[in-house]
Ligand binder design. Structure first.
Ligand code: MRU
Length: 350
């Protein structure tokens, strides 16, 4: 079985005094720095600032953030203060980023364990167990999806991937990236095209780093080069992840996913989304209802370095877009492969 080669999120130590450790992804690929977190406010800020990113990894980090909040609440003198502190903390963590539903999903799951009761040392232990279970489930789900996804491929396929969906974005070996890795070792994947993924460059900085570490042959492309590769029949399949999947199968993922889906449809390239069910939001009827995070225009203008004009540059920076279910060949989740995703098929998952 394939295993992770790097851990984006982990817990060090016991429930009473332990802390969360995050690999600072803003520094990659130049520097591999692990930062300790003992304060849920700092951890929520780390989620917002992309120190940890990728929907499942955000979910795991959020669950450890809830453990930190419980540790901090224990220092309050009265039960009322502990509970008020804990409840405010959960809200802060859940709101750190709006699109990846794994964040809200993880916080709600942890909240159920807390059960609205006063925080005591036993509960902190129980919360840590639950957070570790969330991570363990993600690791197992990643491995299963990697098998299911690779089975969809013919031998020696050249695949294209987008953003980063590997160890860095999950608790385990990744979603789409797990399929790519598994496909490579089983002879299904011959070569990978990784899109650089403007503006934060998750493909150029993170996916390339992971492909290199795992010795998977790859070529980087700028996002606007995918069309001509598809026109020349050089892409056999596209695999990418998701941040939230609505009940009708519409998928929110890193901005640029939708344009790849349109291109894939035009060129008849199979378009696969790989995501665990913690990314499904069956409470939303369609992708129209998915909140799309708007990020600072500095992420776009940063490409200018110090070479800024003297006038103000307006810029639009939605971090995600929505791909309609009709453009998706299949969604691979840990429960199976949903070919031609639709309302009926996703409801059947329940
Ligand atoms: O803004 P990011 O880097 O958190 O966005 C990540 C993505 O869009 C990933 O493709 C998605 O979360 C799937 S990760 C397994």
């Amino acid at each position: 079985m394939l295993t992770s080669t790097v851990s984006a999120v982990s817990w060090e130590g016991n429930a009473a005094e332990g802390h969360c450790l995050l690999l600072d992804q803003t520094l990659l690929p130049h520097e591999e720095l692990y930062r300790p977190y003992t304060d849920y406010v700092r951890l929520a800020a780390a989620i917002r600032d992309l120190v940890v990113r990728g929907a499942p990894a955000i979910g795991v980090a959020a669950s450890y953030g809830v453990v930190l909040a419980a540790q901090q609440a224990l220092k309050m003198p009265t039960g009322q203060e502990r509970m008020a502190f804990f409840s405010r903390a959960l809200e802060t963590i859940a709101l750190a980023r709006p699109t990846a539903v794994n964040l809200k999903w993880a916080v709600e799951r942890m909240e159920k364990v807390a059960g609205g009761k006063d925080i005591d040392p036993n509960l902190v232990t129980r919360l840590l167990e639950e957070a570790k279970t969330i991570q363990a489930e993600d690791i197992a789900g990643n491995a299963h999806m990697a098998d299911l996804g690779a089975k969809l491929l013919e031998k020696n396929t050249t695949v294209l991937t987008y953003c980063n969906t590997g160890d860095l974005a999950t608790g385990g070996i990744g979603t789409a990236f797990g399929v790519v890795r598994n496909g490579y070792v089983t002879g299904k994947v011959r070569h990978v095209y990784a899109c650089e993924t403007r503006p934060v460059m998750q493909g150029l900085r993170l996916t390339a780093w992971e492909l290199e570490r795992n010795k998977v042959p790859f070529t980087l492309i700028c996002d606007n080069m995918a069309a001509s590769l598809m026109r020349r029949n050089e892409i056999g399949a596209i695999f990418l992840g998701a941040d939230r999947i609505a009940r009708n199968g519409d998928v929110a993922n890193k901005v640029g996913t939708y344009s790849l889906a349109v291109l894939a449809h035009h060129h008849r390239v199979p378009f696969y989304v790989v995501a665990p069910t913690s990314t499904f939001d069956l409470g939303l009827l369609s992708g129209e209802q998915i909140p799309i995070e708007q990020r600072s225009k500095e992420e776009i203008l940063g490409a200018l370095g110090s070479n800024r004009p003297t006038f103000d540059l307006p810029a639009y920076n939605p971090s995600f877009d929505v791909t309609p279910a009709a453009l998706i060949t299949a969604i691979v989740c840990e429960k199976g492969v949903i070919h031609g995703p639709s309302l009926d098929k996703l409801e059947a998952l329940k």
